[in-house]
Design a protein around this ligand. Structure first.
Ligand code: UDP
Length: 238
């Protein structure tokens, strides 16, 4: 019997790097599978799940433009990278028997579905995991903003941001022993203190729509499910 949760529909945002394991680049299939298992365990609780996966393990717009590429071109390449990650996650979820749709902000009908809001909502109602790919479809944005946008459109109750640490700290806990974790923090404090939770436009979009952001560790096995059941440590940005 899976543990109980009060959440009915959530957004899970993970970075592309979460899928690369220790490789430093690209996709690490066992890691993709492990995260798919985390998602399945929450799906088994009856929660409707939206996902946005970054692309930083394959390509980042800013990096490309730093090397002389036009920023918009580099950003489109970054968006395409997120589609590859989404397809990898879809494959892993479906191998576990979880019906999944990849929905792209940039139509590419042979590869995945185009984004049509009502259609995506219907998928969720039918308990299909929806992976939103290609970010917002616009350059100069990030997948954090895409996750916040889609979470609002899909009426998710919260964004779960899976990271390497179990919440938001006043300084980098991997570098400073005396870093302290916030149980809760306001959107404005995150912005004013430049805490690297998500980029500023994503935080502002969440704030303006009262969408809580729950920052938790994805490295903890069973972490996602535990957080949804109200266990473990995390930071709630509200
Ligand atoms: N990107 C974009 N518009 C969007 C989302 C993403 O242009 O709406 C591009 C941008 O270049 C970004 C890249 O896609 O660097 C990969 O996304 P992101 O850096 O957010 O991935 P993450 O850091 O989460 O892996």
């Amino acid at each position: 019997q899976p543990p109980k949760t009060t959440f009915r529909r959530v957004m899970l945002k993970i970075s592309g790097e979460a899928l690369m394991g220790d490789q430093g680049f690209g996709l690490h299939p066992p890691t993709v599978q492990r995260i798919a298992e985390e998602v399945k365990s929450v799906h088994d609780m009856g929660v409707e799940i939206c996902m946005v996966i970054g692309g930083g393990n394959i390509f980042r717009g800013l990096q490309g433009s730093a090397q002389g590429m036009e920023r918009t071109t580099a950003d489109y390449m970054g968006m395409l990278a997120t589609v590859m990650n989404a397809l990898a996650m879809q494959g892993a979820l479906e191998a576990l028997g979880v019906h999944t749709r990849v929905i792209s902000a940039i139509p590419m009908d042979q590869v995945c579905e185009p984004y049509i809001r009502r259609r995506a909502v219907r998928h969720l109602e039918k308990k299909r995991v929806c992976i939103f790919a290609a970010g917002t479809g616009n350059p100069y944005f990030t997948t954090d903003t895409a996750a916040t946008l889609r979470a609002n459109e899909m009426a998710c109750e919260a964004i779960f941001k899976g990271t390497k640490v179990d919440g938001v700290y006043d300084k980098d806990p991997k570098k400073f022993d005396d870093a302290t974790r916030y149980d809760t923090i306001t959107y404005d404090d995150v912005l004013q203190q430049h805490l690297g939770v998500m980029d500023a436009s994503a935080i502002a979009l969440a704030r303006d729509n009262n969408l809580p952001i729950i920052v938790f560790s994805l490295d903890e096995p069973g972490g996602f499910r535990g957080i949804l059941a109200g266990e473990g440590t995390y930071t709630k940005v509200h």
